[in-house]
Design a protein around this ligand. Structure first.
Ligand SMILES: [Zn+2]
Length: 272
């Protein structure tokens, strides 16, 4: 056993020891700005609106929100702190370079590639036409799938590696809202593979976003697992949002300190 150099697993550095503790599943941080019903309404294609236009406007919105939230915590996402692009469940994302070769890159680098690629694609008039006469290319839907998949990786990394900072900056209800919007949109239009979204399936359940057969939400979805004081509904959560965040953050910190041991065991049992 080497000494001197801290391993990620035993380190107490910001973001690293949070691995696999899944702070984002704790009751006090599950609130979001809009109810599921509101978000569901937002994702249904309005009559008379072009399907591709609808995909385009959501894709642009998702990009802007991911960009905004990541931009706020990006100073914490460093090459030394996040040497790999990781998501929950020890998921690691590799970047495909121009030759199609998988390359391991640090998270901030990976996310920079994602944002640059998406920004470039969104501003390409031949792909995302803004002119009235402009047509969407035949490959439009597959490009949207690719973009949303990459943005999902960024969201997965935010939950996995930076949720503590997200809570401290009081951004968790925004992130949850963005996540819920993307998941409900995905239930409707099947843009991201289940193999990708699986890593946050437990959050889908906790936020009561679970897909029904029709892709619609049940109004009375089952309560998330674990202790649920008061069994708050969406409306209550909305009201709590602005008042409980600070308490939520400190409660989380306290919980984190006590569960370091469990975390190590969980992390090593996952390795294959
Ligand atoms: Zn990071």
């Amino acid at each position: 056993m080497g000494r001197g150099r801290r391993k990620e697993r035993s380190g107490d550095g910001v973001g690293q020891s949070a691995e696999e503790q899944k702070l984002y599943l704790q009751d006090q941080v599950l609130e979001r700005k809009l109810t599921n019903a509101d978000l569901r309404t937002l994702t249904v294609l309005p009559a008379g609106l072009d399907y591709n236009e609808w995909l385009a406007s959501h894709t642009i919105a998702f990009f802007n929100h991911v960009n905004l939230i990541y931009g706020t915590i990006s100073e914490y996402c460093t090459i030394s702190g996040c040497p790999e692009m990781t998501g929950p469940g020890l998921r690691q994302y590799l970047w495909f370079d121009e030759k199609g070769k998988k390359t391991k890159v640090a998270a901030p680098q990976y996310i920079d590639y994602v944002m640059t690629f998406v920004q470039k694609t969104l501003s390409d008039e031949s792909i995302f036409p803004t002119k009235f006469e402009g047509d969407f290319p035949a490959s439009f839907e597959s490009l949207v799938k690719k973009i949303l998949g990459l943005l999902f990786h960024v969201i997965a990394h935010l939950y996995h590696g930076h949720f503590k900072e997200i809570v401290l900056l009081n951004l968790h209800s925004h992130l949850n809202c963005l996540f819920a919007h993307l998941i409900l949109f995905n239930h409707q239009y099947r843009m991201i593979d289940d193999k990708e979204t699986n890593v946050l399936e437990d959050l889908v359940v906790a936020l009561q976003l679970r897909d029904d057969t029709s892709g619609l939400l049940l109004a009375s979805a089952p309560a998330p697992a674990g202790p649920t004081p008061g069994g708050a509904e969406d409306e209550d959560n909305k009201e709590n949002c602005d008042t409980c965040n600070i308490d939520g953050a400190s409660a989380l910190t306290a919980k984190m300190d006590t569960s370091e041991e469990q975390h190590s065991a969980a992390a090593s049992s996952e390795a294959d």
